[in-house]
Write a protein that binds this ligand. Structure first.
Ligand code: PGA
Length: 259
């Protein structure tokens, strides 16, 4: 099962994950990071900025989970722009070593296959940061996505478009399609770290961690991964049946095990 860590604050979650990433980068300067967008991973990037100050990050590679289709890459809400602004610049990464799926309409038919090739050529993702949507998606793998899926074009649900409308001037501006790593792609990463904060994520978290394995809740795919860590605040943990067990397991965890 996934290891569940229930934290006091988003900052505590960010610090835990940033420590683990910094440890990996120190051990392996060309570590491959799986990057997520949205509000959830921001505390991780914030904490990482100070952890990586003074560390040579020139060889670090990164792959984003997903991108909107048909949005100009220069648009401030394209995930290319978001990753550049929120990750590449603050962490001082080499922009040429950080990739985002290509959502431009020209060539969209092959964008998924090319992204899969690029991830494979880099040797795979070492640590994948994940958020989870209120509908249970990870990446943009909406309910019904195959557990074997690879990077491809998907249609966003009405729920996801409504959730992401806050980033756009008008709800109609939210693109209808995306290119996303598949669940099969995500499951190939060495370590999955899924974060969720707030009551609005409680059902999705409970389904992902303790619910049946079902494509209707794509986050449940993490149950298939041998090394998945779920870091949640008390509100996001509020529907977990085994919360007391997770708290006890974390409290008694030997230091040598790491995250
Ligand atoms: P959020 O999105 O971090 O902005 O809540 C999570 C997701 O949709 O995966």
């Amino acid at each position: 099962m996934a290891e569940v860590v229930i934290v006091e604050s988003e900052a505590e979650a960010g610090a835990l994950v940033a420590d683990e990433i910094a440890r990996r980068v120190s051990a392996r300067p060309d570590a491959v990071l799986g990057l997520a967008t949205g509000s959830t991973p921001l505390p991780v990037y914030e904490a990482l900025t100070s952890r990586l100050a003074g560390v040579n990050v020139s060889q670090v590679r990164g792959f984003a989970l997903d991108e909107y289709v048909g949005l100009d890459p220069q648009h401030p809400e394209s995930y290319r722009s978001v990753i550049h602004r929120e990750v590449v610049v603050p962490l001082g990464l080499d922009a040429d070593r950080v990739q985002v799926p290509d959502g431009r309409l020209a060539g969209i038919e092959t964008a998924g296959d090319e992204y899969e090739r690029a991830i494979r050529a880099a040797g795979g993702v070492d640590l994948q940061i994940l958020g989870i949507g209120t509908d249970g998606h990870i990446g943009f793998n909406e309910p019904g996505s195959s557990f074997a899926s690879l990077t491809r074009v998907k249609t966003l649900t009405a729920q996801t478009r409504a959730d992401n409308a806050r980033f756009f001037a008008h709800p109609d501006d939210v693109p209808r399609h995306c290119v996303t790593q598949g669940l099969g792609t995500i499951l190939r990463a060495g370590h999955l770290v899924l974060l969720a904060f707030g009551q609005g994520k409680a059902d999705a978290v409970a389904g992902a961690v303790e619910g049946p394995l079902t494509a209707m809740l794509p986050g449940s795919a993490i149950q298939l991964h041998p090394h998945a860590t779920v870091i949640v605040d008390a509100a996001a943990a509020s529907r977990l049946r085994l919360a007391d067990y997770y708290r006890a397991a974390w409290r008694d965890k030997p230091d040598w095990q790491g995250l």
